[in-house]
Design a protein around this ligand. Structure first.
Ligand SMILES: Cc1ncc(COP(=O)(O)O)c(C=O)c1O
Ligand SMILES: [Zn+2]
Length: 447
């Protein structure tokens, strides 16, 4: 077995020595052929206690090197990802108090500040680039709705690894521009994300190139699990509730991985309750969940989920129409006492306006969906008095210019000064809050 870590097949328990063996077998279990593996570390788990002390000043996910599947620090490719601040948003707290009578703490993870590509996808990309470098791999393939592709393009370019990305045709244009400008190959696939994944797989198979393995790929999971460590370091505790906009759900799976790793210690403690939201135009997981819940979770409920062909989402970044890991996600959400629910994508611009007004912060559309998750969760009574609520906000505005243009609401075309009235910004206050103080009109909950 490797010195630092090994993998265990989730299906048959076969032990895989490390990436050498895993890559050599086409990222499949050599015994049963399954593609789902679990990373086991040989590191003393107590080491984490020191790493999460508040006096620590990490500069990237690599602060947690001991719990990441890389052997040699010389291979690290980093840009300062994974240590974005977790901020208290008091204007959300005030709203919860005024409208719902709840005294809660709201923490938002500012992944938009991630230096390389302004999303939480930078973490997985940093680990992937480092591991691929360690194993001398020069070419790689990824399918993505946009953000993963852009993050991988950046970090792999930094490691001088050629990347071919496959994105669906509805992915935000700016992603293709960023990837192309970095000199990585972009294939815009006619079809939806499921089709892009299929084409990527065929291409990788044809030329024998390694491909990023989806929501349970250790290169994504292991990097993203550090979010739990950062909660402990930055907040001093694990929050009660975790809110996120999901597509396939890599981040909640990754969060679970951290808790599973430290289950036999008292270091991390209990996993937060998962409150996961999806945009209403592509919400197969939310739809399946609500159906199962209505029926009292009958035998086999987690295998009953819809597949949307060519979903027409307003936020394409989140549009996974065929959530193949829903059975795993559904069980995980249930285990934590959580919920999966849709939010109205039509008001994504409104939440972005509110946040820009109150925080001087411009956000991307997938972040808007995550924040709407907070309002929907409040309305549905999913948040309890006294809780610490954490929102894993995924992205900045940097590759969402068209969205930002829709968010903007103060433009006026004029011929001369006569047409331009005096302006007082404070008059917008009530306007940007109006929808949220009348949120019941916009909720997706059945009336
Ligand atoms: C900004 C942003 N938020 C949320 C998600 C959904 O992440 P997950 O893979 O955890 O479902 C994505 C994935 O594309 C994303 O880019
Ligand atoms: Zn196996």
């Amino acid at each position: 077995m490797g010195q630092k870590f090994h993998f265990v097949c989730r299906s048959c328990g076969y032990e895989i020595d490390g990436f050498e063996e895993w890559f050599a077998h086409g990222q499949k279990c050599p015994k049963c052929g399954d593609n789902k593996i679990y990373t086991v570390y040989h590191t003393d788990k107590q080491k984490l206690k020191k790493l999460v002390k508040p006096n620590q000043k990490p500069t990237s996910i690599w602060h947690y090197f001991d719990f990441l599947p890389l052997n040699n620090k010389e291979n690290i490719i980093t840009e300062g990802e994974g240590v974005s601040p977790m901020e208290r948003w008091e204007f959300f707290e005030k709203f919860a108090r005024e409208k719902y009578g709840l005294n809660i703490q709201v923490i938002v993870n500012r992944n938009d500040l991630s230096p390389a590509t302004h999303t939480f996808k930078d973490k997985g990309a940093s680990l992937a680039a480092s591991v691929l470098k360690e194993h001398g791999i020069k070419e790689y393939v990824v399918a993505s709705t946009g953000n993963t592709a852009t993050a991988f393009a950046y970090y792999l370019a930094k490691a001088n690894i050629s990347l071919t990305v496959f994105i669906p045709e509805d992915a935000l244009d700016e992603n293709a521009a960023h990837i192309g400008a970095l000199g990585q190959k972009v294939c815009i696939v006619k079809g939806d994300y499921a089709r892009a994944k299929q084409v990527a797989k065929e291409y990788a198979k044809k030329y024998g190139i390694l491909i990023s393995g989806g929501n349970l790929d250790p290169l994504r999971l292991e990097a993203k699990k550090t979010q739990a460590f950062e909660m402990l370091r930055q907040l001093g505790r694990i929050p009660d509730v975790y809110i996120q906009a999901i597509s396939g759900g890599t981040s909640p799976f990754a969060l679970e991985k951290a808790f599973l790793d430290f289950e036999d210690t008292n270091i991390l403690g209990k996993m937060p309750r998962l409150l996961l939201c999806q945009g209403n135009h592509c919400a197969p997981q939310a739809e399946a969940w609500e159906k199962a819940k209505e029926r009292g979770f009958p035998e086999g409920w987690e295998y009953d989920y819809p597949i949307y062909q060519n979903p027409k989402a307003i936020v394409p970044t989140l549009a996974t129409g065929n959530p193949v890991l829903y059975p795993f996600m559904a069980r995980l959400v249930k285990k934590t006492g959580g919920e999966i629910f849709p939010v109205m994508e039509e008001i994504a611009t409104d939440i972005a306006r509110l946040v820009a007004y109150e925080k001087t912060l411009r956000i991307g559309p997938a972040s808007a969906v995550a924040l709407l998750g907070f309002f929907e969760a409040l309305h549905r009574g999913y948040i309890k008095d006294g809780e610490m609520v954490y929102i894993n906000m995924g992205e900045g505005y940097e590759r969402a210019y068209t969205f930002l243009r829709d968010v903007a609401y103060t433009m006026q075309y004029i011929l001369g000064a006569d047409e331009c009235q005096r302006f007082d910004r404070s008059t917008y206050h009530d306007k940007v809050w109006e929808i949220f103080y009348n949120y019941e009109k916009y909720s997706t909950a059945k009336k």
